[in-house]
Design a protein around this ligand. Structure first.
Ligand code: SAH
Length: 225
């Protein structure tokens, strides 16, 4: 991000001092995030701009926060972990994200991969996220208002797909839209019983790794105006 944007980054910063932000990075590192690029991108991404001003003093806590419409901005640890899993085998050019929400994960990803294709079902959330990314001059992202269960077939295949809401089953369309060697990071389950999974498209079929219990809002059906 360019220096001339400093004024935007510091808007409404209030209690979110640089020290608070450094503490978050230290915590993520201690919790096992080891990809230096991911940590660096989280360090420089102003999470306080992705929540309501009334919550901005909590923006650098390692916790999910409400963003309206019964949705939440993901916990920084989860954003870091999922990004790290996507990038584990090397750089990625085309990544699809399901569940734009506030656009925070989108903003992080856009600084780690070449292009991001982000799908969201709630139009107003998507519009706000779009504005934030423009403000931050993150321009390698395109948005689709639609149903993440269907992915974004017209622009497939993707080298990486990340889903930021929990699916009852792995959507077939997302498997279909993975490039050979492509990686899908997705929480699967419902209610209290959810597991983060990494699915890789191998030469023959798919490999699956279960990475542990997580907590996400549900992947719902259909777009919503
Ligand atoms: N990564 C986002 C997380 C938002 S919460 C952030 O950090 O802000 C999950 C998001 O998934 C919500 O915005 C919700 O509206 C969206 N979502 C749920 N079901 C969906 C579907 N079927 N298609 C697209 N988006 C969906």
């Amino acid at each position: 991000m360019a220096r001339e944007q400093d004024h935007i980054l510091h808007r409404g910063i209030g209690m979110t001092s640089q020290r608070t932000r450094e503490r978050l990075i230290q915590r993520l590192y201690e919790e096992g995030i080891s990809n230096a690029k991911v940590l660096e991108v989280i360090r420089r991404t102003p999470r306080h701009l992705f929540v309501d001003e009334a919550l901005s003093h909590r923006a650098y806590e390692d916790t999910a926060l409400p963003i309206g419409h019964n949705q939440t901005i993901s916990q920084p640890y989860m954003v870091a972990r999922m990004s790290e899993l996507l990038l584990e085998a090397g750089p990625l050019d085309k990544v699809m994200e399901i569940g734009t929400g506030s656009g925070y994960q989108t903003a992080v990803l856009s600084q780690l991969v070449e292009r991001v294709f982000s799908v969201e079902r709630i139009k107003v959330l998507q519009d706000r996220a779009k504005e934030r990314l423009v403000e931050l001059n993150l321009r390698n992202v395109v948005f689709r208002w639609g149903d993440g269960w269907e992915g974004w077939p017209a622009l497939a295949p993707y080298n990486g797909i990340i889903v930021t809401a929990v699916a009852t089953d792995v959507p077939q369309a997302l498997l279909d839209q993975l490039a050979p060697g492509g990686r899908l990071v997705i929480p699967v389950g419902s209610g209290e019983v959810q597991q983060l999974m990494l699915i890789i498209r191998e030469e023959q079929g798919f490999s699956r790794r279960v990475l542990g219990a997580v907590r996400f809002v549900p992947l719902l059906n259909g777009p919503l105006a």
